[in-house]
Design a protein around this ligand. Structure first.
Ligand SMILES: *[C@@H]1O[C@H](CO)[C@@H](O)[C@H](O)[C@H]1NC(C)=O
Length: 400
């Protein structure tokens, strides 16, 4: 009998050892998988709070309306006794949101009235999102040190070297594109507000990131960290921190329209600024001045006092050996605002909490692979354009 023979053969020491090893590896890997699964489920339970209403968007996102006091933000150990700030103490001075003949403004947010009163919209995290973000989170969302990540940014330093002088935010109109990226690559058009030796950073803009979202849509994103992404921070509302207060605009929304090279142009308009009274950092989507929510002052160290630097531009990341993703429109700046991706009306928030134009002598371009990606700053172009630059490029064999 085949079976008997097999068992008989196995009844020598070698066979028993082999069987034992086989069982050990099978049994333990089965156990691990189950354990991992349970761990994922446990984390999902923590992240996704019980919704009072659920909205399915046209692009397939599941949006949960969560009791504003029970949102994930308040699981942050430093926000145990946090008092929610529903609106800014003062509106930011100097906001114009000038319309432009250049591009159509993109309006974000749920249709109609959004979530019911006293609830806030949070994009539901699925198991596959968590699995992807696990591998992705280990790749810092936005440090310059990560191999395989490339930058074309314009950086502005604070107006004086006085150690007490700080910035309180920044504004931009960003042309929105849908650059081509591979399944493991990410490409952004964004703004950074940063401070400190331990890198406190707040970021927002648009992103194409299959690793983060599982698709190739261009989406609204934010990110933060209080320690250079070692232990704190995350994208959007994937971890405790960002306090959502608006009922309609949620983080991670996919844009229904993006710009076409030499064709119709779309832009997103937003600003990030520090509240004069509470020190919290607001995220505001315009042209309708929607105060989406804020990063509480208490989750930061250096940014609690203000920012030392603001930058605007693009970043790509992905595996080292692969050809790099497109950035912006996928085209290098050629002086034409409907060719490469543009920024217009870039401004920072100064010590008197008012928007101010960058000082050209205190800005610098950071371009790590000029053959792959470039940035051209044109200074003040006046009128609806204000301070502008073009950035982006086709990527390709950029090396590390
Ligand atoms: C901030 O900017 C406003 C408007 O640009 C300006 O009037 C004000 O003097 C600036 N404040 C400081 C401290 O530079």
């Amino acid at each position: 009998m085949a079976f008997g023979g097999f068992i008989g053969d196995a009844m020598n020491l070698k066979g028993i050892t082999w069987l034992l090893l086989l069982c050990l590896s099978l049994c333990s890997s089965y156990g691990l998988e189950e354990e991992e699964d349970m761990e994922l489920e446990r984390q999902l339970k923590l992240i996704n709070k019980t919704p009072l209403k659920t909205i399915q968007t046209e692009n397939g996102d599941v949006i949960d309306c969560i009791d504003i006091h029970k949102q994930l933000a308040f699981d942050h150990p430093l926000l145990k006794n946090h008092k929610i700030q529903m609106r800014p103490s003062f509106p930011l001075k100097g906001v114009t949101n000038e319309a432009s003949s250049m591009a159509n403004p993109i309006r974000v947010g749920l249709k109609g009235k959004g979530c019911p009163t006293r609830t806030v919209p949070i994009r539901r995290t699925r198991k596959e999102d968590l699995l992807r973000s696990k591998t992705f989170a280990s790749i810092h969302p936005n440090t310059r040190e990560v191999p395989g990540s490339h930058f074309a940014t314009l950086e502005t330093l604070k107006p004086t070297n006085d150690p007490d002088s700080v910035l309180h935010g920044a504004k931009a109109h960003i042309n929105v594109y849908n650059p081509r990226v591979a399944a493991d690559q990410t490409s952004t058009g964004q703004m950074w507000v940063e401070n400190g030796p331990f890198i406190n950073s707040i970021q927002a803009g648009w992103i194409v990131s299959p690793p983060l979202y599982g698709d190739h849509s261009t989406r609204l994103f934010t990110a933060w960290t209080a320690d250079g992404y070692h232990r704190t921070g995350c994208w959007n509302t994937l971890c405790p921190g960002f306090v959502q207060v608006d009922k309609k605009v949620y983080l991670g929304e996919a844009f229904s329209k993006t710009s076409v090279y030499n064709g119709d142009q779309y832009e997103m308009i937003f600003h990030i600024y520090q509240d004069l009274v509470t020190g919290n950092w607001w995220f505001v989507c315009t042209p309708d001045n929607i105060h989406v929510g804020y990063w509480p002052k208490s989750i930061f160290t250096d940014l609690a006092k203000g920012a030392s630097m603001v930058s605007w531009g693009g970043r790509t990341s992905g595996a080292l050996e692969a050809t790099s993703a497109e950035m912006g429109s996928g085209k290098l700046p050629d002086g034409q605002y409907h060719h490469a991706c543009f920024f217009r009306q870039i401004q920072f928030v100064n010590a008197s909490y008012a928007l101010q134009d960058p000082d050209e002598d205190r800005t610098r371009e950071i371009i790590d692979k000029p053959d792959c990606y470039d940035l051209k700053y044109y200074g003040d172009q006046g009128g609806e354009m204000g301070h502008t630059f073009l950035f982006g490029g086709p990527g390709g064999n950029c090396g590390s």
